[in-house]
Design a protein around this ligand. Structure first.
Ligand SMILES: Nc1ncnc2c1ncn2[C@@H]1O[C@H](COP(=O)(O)OP(=O)(O)OP(=O)(O)O)[C@@H](O)[C@H]1O
Ligand SMILES: [Mg+2]
Length: 480
């Protein structure tokens, strides 16, 4: 017997829809993808960029979905007798159902935005809060105009905590999302030149992120990165919204949740910190200074949501990097092993620097080299060339021995490198791939990163496939 998420009556009431066919009284899940629809789900036939969900209603029902939510105008094209909820507009119905989920919830709700680190922070918060009570969070980023209402609509009534990621490409996009989510605690992870193309300036990016404050519940709190240059701007924006509780986090000595001591290991970090007046020492189970900085915001937000600080700290030892964001593989090589750091999920100048730092702190084997495989960072606007070239000093400073680069933008970075660090540059990741496979030796550490559109993921896949990798390496601790 599957658990009820929604009664049909409640769905009808929330969406203003009309039921047709053999509808069942309870729904156990919400789906927007017929391939993953499960028994008991309500399938929302959303129209995406390439597909129209209405064409997949049959498939969803065949997979066991109990109900299809469809446009009123399309019901004549639906299979006769199919269990349907006919609405004016399917996406709008998902939004109203999401709002109904929020309205019925008595849980503490946390909203996360920022230029990078949203999913990492969301996942870490979900890990920490689930120690305290039933916690609802999306399995993936799900941070846009359909992802947020979908995640809301999937929130069980009994959840004690809900964690929601909100993203944007343009100004004005976070505003409607945060008004749906109505967080008790809103976090801004960091501000960085991502989507500069659309927003024009870093201050404009900060303003767009600050839209998250618009939805904060009365008496709610915000958690803001103290280390970014736009901190004062963000704090002021929160105060202007009447939010009294502004908690800052970071390495800055004035941060309310601040880093006091840090020992970075190859596969984890040991941290001492003061979180809103209380000292705590804890282990973070994934490596990288950026992960540690995110963890300060996580502890502050968890505390503001009512979680126990010591238990939260303990939970962070079990953190693992989300897919493509620092995951490690051990590659079986002739004569030993190599380590692959998969950062292929996405890239921008901040996360690229963080990944280079991560590579730099990962110990290489005897005669092994630190190799960075770097693809273009997209959507950076007119300064893209400069933002790429400016990475060259970071490559050198982090102790990267050899660089393989692809894409027209990374060419500028590659050409700015000292000759002895230049492995190879090619126009595309597909052309670069065989050179990377060829170059890798036992003892090497290789980090692969680029924007989604730069297709660095296939290089990771090829390396893993060629060297029958395992996922849970045993790594020696980094020195120093
Ligand atoms: N605070 C940080 N500073 C720099 N890099 C970070 C930080 N947090 C995470 N990263 C890195 O940024 C990349 C993206 O992380 P994550 O997926 O958490 O971000 P996101 O904001 O959810 O991205 P998206 O906008 O694509 O949903 C990863 O490579 C991750 O390791
Ligand atoms: Mg994300």
């Amino acid at each position: 017997m599957t658990q009820a998420l929604w009664t049909l009556d409640a769905m009808r009431e929330a969406t203003g829809g009309r039921t047709l066919g053999r509808a069942v009284p309870v729904i156990s899940g919400i789906s927007i993808d017929s391939r993953t629809a499960r028994a008991g789900d309500a399938f929302f036939a959303i129209r995406g960029d390439t597909h129209d969900g209405h064409d997949f209603v049959n498939a969803a029902l065949a997979n066991g979905a109990s109900l299809a939510v469809v446009d009123q105008a399309r019901i004549s094209a639906m299979p006769p007798g199919a269990p349907l909820l006919a609405v004016q507009d399917v996406l709008e119905a998902l939004v109203t159902l999401g709002k109904a989920a929020r309205a019925r919830s008595t849980g503490r709700i946390i909203g996360v935005t920022g230029s990078v680190g949203k999913t990492s922070t969301k996942d870490a918060l979900a890990l920490v809060l689930s120690r305290e009570g039933e916690t609802h969070a999306a399995v993936a980023s799900f941070n846009n105009h359909w992802g947020v209402p979908l995640t809301l609509a999937r929130m069980p009534e009994a959840a004690r905590f809900g964690v929601f990621e909100m993203g944007m490409n343009h100004a004005g996009e976070i505003s409607p999302l945060t008004r749906m989510v109505r967080p008790h605690v809103a976090i801004i992870t960091t501000i960085a030149p991502v989507h500069l193309e659309n927003l024009g300036s870093i201050e404009a990016i900060a303003d767009a992120k600050a839209e998250i404050f618009e939805g904060v519940e009365p008496g709610g709190a915000v958690v803001i990165n103290r280390d970014v240059a736009q901190f004062a701007q963000l704090e002021q924006a929160a105060r202007a919204r009447g939010i009294d509780t502004v908690v800052s986090f970071g390495a800055d000595a004035k941060a309310d949740a601040r880093l006091v001591g840090l020992s970075m290991q190859a596969d984890c970090s040991y941290v001492s910190a003061v979180i809103m007046g209380d000292a705590i020492a804890y282990k973070v189970g994934a490596p990288g200074r950026h992960v540690v900085l995110n963890s300060l915001g996580v502890l502050a937000a968890a505390r503001l949501a009512g979680a126990d600080l010591a238990l939260s700290g303990l939970a962070l030892a079990h953190l693992t990097p989300p897919q493509g964001r620092g995951q490690r593989h051990v590659l079986d090589m002739r004569g030993g092993e190599a380590v692959l750091i998969d950062e292929s999920y996405n890239a921008n100048p901040v996360s690229m620097r963080a990944a280079l730092a991560l590579l730099g702190q990962t110990p290489a084997g005897e005669r092994g080299r630190r190799i960075a495989v770097m693809g273009d960072m997209l959507e950076l606007g007119p300064d893209a060339q400069v933002l790429h070239r400016d990475l060259a000093p970071a490559v050198v400073e982090t102790g990267t021995d050899l660089v393989f680069a692809s894409g027209p933008l990374m060419k500028a970075m590659f050409e700015a490198l000292p000759a002895d660090r230049q492995g190879a540059w090619r126009g595309s990741s597909a052309e670069l791939q065989p050179l990377v496979l060829d170059a890798l030796r036992a003892g090497d550490v290789v980090m692969v990163k680029g924007s989604n559109g730069s297709r660095m993921g296939p290089i990771v896949k090829a390396l893993v496939a060629a060297h029958a990798a395992s996922e849970a390496p045993r790594l020696k601790a980094a020195q120093g």
